[in-house]
Ligand binder design. Structure first.
Ligand SMILES: Nc1nc2c(c(=O)[nH]1)N[C@H]1C(S)=C(S)[C@@H](COP(=O)(O)OP(=O)(O)OC[C@H]3O[C@@H](n4cnc5c(=O)[nH]c(N)nc54)[C@H](O)[C@@H]3O)O[C@H]1N2
Ligand SMILES: Nc1nc2c(c(=O)[nH]1)N[C@H]1C(S)=C(S)[C@@H](COP(=O)(O)OP(=O)(O)OC[C@H]3O[C@@H](n4cnc5c(=O)[nH]c(N)nc54)[C@H](O)[C@@H]3O)O[C@H]1N2
Ligand code: SF4
Ligand SMILES: [Mo]
Length: 734
């Protein structure tokens, strides 16, 4: 429900973009207007009349295959690539709306230099040469004053972002962060430390799936979302969902339990209790492939279904039955590993309990269980980075959490360390295609971090909130305009494949690719030799072991490397300390981390407060699509989901304006009074109420959740903990 007091209406938006006439008949007409406007700037030689080109969607991280229909140099339509097995011939709503991502009138058009105070929104257009000179000069100054590690580099994961890591490394900084420590590192850690690698889920062949803390029919992950639907419809797979919200996944499940947030571990340990107590496991699997069964047996004795029921709210008889059903379907069954696990301060241990149930049942490396990674045959392109004698020893957050991933680090711990200059100062920040101002909790702290910097360069396609606080903002080419290196992808049992991106249209405005930008900066820092190649040459090296692959990609939009799907571990050892599936983790024991997940009840929300949780909507990608005109039609604003019981007690009716406040911030938005959520929990979508006024559909619209969430993190990996915030909700008098 739009908030008419704060939302820029479609009408205002179209007026602002001069497209009123086109808009009268809706979104497609809007795009028609934009396309025409753009086509007028094309010369005939640039614009073949009609063409279809392969590409790979970049509207979220899934990389679904697409075919772009191009007319007179302008994208007319994006269609799924039917030969692309990972996406099962699907291009979701956001994928279709890629057109209004590329032709967004609010897109960044040329380099901008900050003129006023940070966040004041005063910018001066500058030429590219001057922009690159300045970026390089400021980087050199930071290195001079604070040593190479005094500069931070952040990049969202993409086919091009490896080059940001390369610049950081040759510049001499170990401080690189990605979106991953806001997303999934605790889950990855848990499964890696159980199976020795991060698994894929063969839901297509599964007979029984427990989905906890994940929402596969709205938070789309390909091919899992489609494969799960197929498995349920065509193969009778049973789906049991645990979620404090009645999501679309919950609605389509055989069983849904509105579990009390933060208690999944109790449920999982009780499953293990029943499976072990009733001898529902395969003793041969346990004896040959696992380590620590005796310790696990002893450990789970205390976690009876009755104990778990009192904690998590799922009836004990259901827990026991679900355990039996899951075991009966094993090894073609699973506790789905999930994706985002940036939930709690003990998320690694929560996800370890998921992994242990799978390990106990042998749901691994066999149809319908968890799958090992397959090689696609793409080669790395090595280089020798220079060594800087005068530098700090390690990353700024090194050693502050015990099991951080070296490569991704922890954004949350990095931010705290930067604010405290602990153990050294960081004063420069280069950011590509990630928007921590909107996606890292406790926005005020991120703003403070910006203020600490001598110089911040942001490369984005839009004036994100992160760009809004930068010194220098550089306009990026979109995925339909740039040439990207190849990427290897695995789509569960569907495929292991290689993809590339070639430009579908000419770059708009003055936008450049991140590779060209980095090359420009590196050259100015006397590091040009590390970027002395073209993307085509880079790809040639990547594809050296796959003769003919490039031609096949040109023909089909994808290259498949046929390789073994199941039984990869036959005759092999696991990459863990014991070389087996670790039900009990030896390394954790050595490091003083619980080697078996030990349940502690989550802190209760104080009286009259709620736990705030996050979660996906099929029409929204994190913080990056709320300014997309086509998607805005479906999700015009965010609302606060609140249960009718507490809403009535607080005198809140549906659509009332409410204030939500936490220990770190407050925001206002409309209430959505709904029994789709537990009484002790509230929920809102991400990406609204941007600080940046250049996101016209999102600025001043709804509430920013990043302003309210507090900045805790998982104590094992430093993964953000996004479900640990308590809020009060009060009705605002209009
Ligand atoms: N449409 C869409 N699809 C996407 C994305 C997107 O932005 N939009 N993003 C992609 C990315 S980056 C990721 S990481 C994945 C995320 O994919 P998921 O991890 O599946 O997605 P979330 O929506 O974060 O799911 C978390 C769910 O957990 C519930 N929850 C909250 N607390 C608890 C709890 O204590 N226990 C249990 N059992 N449940 C709880 C929330 O209500 C929510 O529904 O989605 C990917 N796909
Ligand atoms: N409150 C809240 N916080 C969250 C989440 C949540 O659901 N709610 N989800 C968490 C998860 S799972 C994840 S993965 C992270 C994601 O966090 P982020 O990595 O910050 O992801 P996005 O919000 O998608 O931001 C992507 C940025 O890239 C820009 N961009 C898009 N296309 C291009 C391009 O072609 N070139 C360039 N240069 N820039 C481009 C967008 O404009 C946007 O500024 O957020 C995490 N934090
Ligand atoms: S799931 Fe949708 S947005 Fe994400 S890559 Fe696939 S089509 Fe694009
Ligand atoms: Mo994510």
């Amino acid at each position: 429900m739009p908030d008419s007091t704060t939302t820029l209406s479609r009408r205002d938006f179209f007026k602002a973009s001069g497209l009123m006439a086109a808009a009268a008949v809706g979104g497609p007409a809007l795009l028609g207007g934009l396309r025409k406007a753009h086509a007028a700037t094309m010369t005939p030689s640039m614009a073949p009349a009609r063409d279809s080109k392969f590409s790979v969607c970049d509207m979220c991280f899934n990389k679904c295959g697409l075919i772009a229909r191009v007319e007179n140099g302008v994208v007319a339509k994006l269609d799924p690539n039917p030969k692309f097995l990972k996406s099962r011939g699907m291009l979701c709503a956001r994928g279709n709306a890629g057109i209004s991502h590329v032709y967004d009138p609010d897109r960044l058009k040329h380099p901008l230099l900050r003129k006023g105070e940070r966040g004041e929104g005063k910018w001066q257009r500058i030429p590219w040469d001057e922009a690159l000179d300045m970026a390089a000069q400021k980087m050199a100054e930071v290195r001079e004053k604070y040593l190479p590690c005094g500069h931070l580099f952040s990049a969202g994961t993409d086919m091009h972002s490896l080059f940001v890591g390369r610049l950081a490394e040759v510049y001499g900084s170990f401080n690189i962060t990605s979106h991953e420590s806001l997303c999934l590192v605790s889950g990855n850690r848990a499964f890696l430390d159980t199976f020795g690698e991060e698994p894929f889920a063969d839901v297509l062949h599964s007979k029984y799936v427990i989905m906890a803390g994940a929402n596969r029919f709205e938070a789309l992950v390909t091919p899992d979302s489609m494969d799960l639907m197929t498995a349920m419809r065509e193969h009778g797979c049973k789906l049991v969902t645990l979620d404090p919200r009645y999501t679309k996944t919950a609605a389509l499940s055989d069983e849904w339990y509105p579990i009390k947030p933060g208690t999944d571990m109790a449920f999982m340990l009780a499953l293990a209790h029943v499976i072990i107590g009733e001898g529902l496991y395969d003793p041969q699997w346990i004896a040959e492939k696992t380590y620590g069964m005796e310790q696990l047996m002893e450990h789970v004795k205390q976690y009876t279904p009755e104990f778990a029921a009192a904690e998590c709210g799922v009836p004990a008889s259901d827990i026991a039955r679900i355990a039996r059903e899951l075991a009966a379907a094993a090894p073609a069954s699973m506790v789905y590993p999930g994706r985002r696990s940036s939930d709690y301060e003990n998320s690694t241990q929560i996800r370890r309990s998921f992994a242990i149930v799978n390990g106990l049942l042998g749901n691994w490396d066999r149809p319908g269980g968890l799958l090992a990674a397959r090689a696609v045959g793409l080669r790395g392109v090595p280089y020798d980075a220079p060594w800087y004698d005068e530098n700090h020893e390690d990353r700024i957050e090194a050693g502050k959490v015990p099991m951080m991933f070296e490569h991704e680090g922890s954004f949350m711990v990095t931010r705290d360390s930067v604010l405290a200059d602990d153990p050294y100062p960081i004063r420069g920040w280069f950011i590509y295609k990630t928007n921590p101002m909107a996606t890292a909790p406790d926005r005020k702290k991120t703003i403070e971090m910006m203020h600490k910097m001598d110089f911040v360069t942001v490369v984005d396609i839009a004036m994100s909130d992160t760009a809004w606080y930068a010194d220098l903002v550089l306009p990026s080419q979109s995925y339909l305009e740039r040439i990207d290196p190849c990427s290897g992808l695995q789509g569960s049992s569907a495929c292991a494949c290689v993809v590339k991106r070639d430009p579908v249209i000419e770059p708009l405005y003055e936008s450049r690719s991140i590779f060209d930008i980095l090359k420009g900066i590196a050259g100015r820092l006397d590091l040009g030799e590390y970027f002395d190649f073209t993307i085509e040459e880079f790809r040639e090296k990547q594809l050296a072991g796959l003769p003919g692959a490039e031609g096949i990609m040109d023909r089909d939009g994808v290259y498949y490397n046929p390789s073994k799907v199941y039984g990869i571990y036959e005759g092999m050892v696991y990459k863990t300390l014991s070389q087996k599936v670790e039900l009990y983790n030896q390394r954790y024991e050595q490091m003083g981390i619980d080697p078996l997940p030990r349940y502690t009840p989550p802190t209760e929300p104080p009286r009259n407060q709620f736990r705030l949780v996050i979660g996906r909507n099929a029409m929204v990608t994190q913080g990056s699509t709320t300014n997309n005109a086509l998607l805005h039609e479906f999700v015009p604003t965010n609302t606060l989901w609140i249960n009718p019981g507490p809403a009535a007690q607080l005198g809140i009716a549906d659509n009332d304006l409410v204030e939500v406040s936490s220990a770190v911030g407050r925001q206002s938005l409309r209430a959505e009074v709904t029994d789709k959520i537990r009484e002790d929990t509230v929920y809102m979508l991400t990406g609204f109420n941007t600080l940046s006024t250049q996101q016209k559909l999102a600025h001043g619209n709804g509430a920013s959740i990043a302003e309210i969430l507090d900045g805790r993190y998982d104590t094992v990996t430093g993964n953000a903990a996004l479900h640990q915030t308590f809020v009060t909700v009060t009705r605002k008098v209009a």
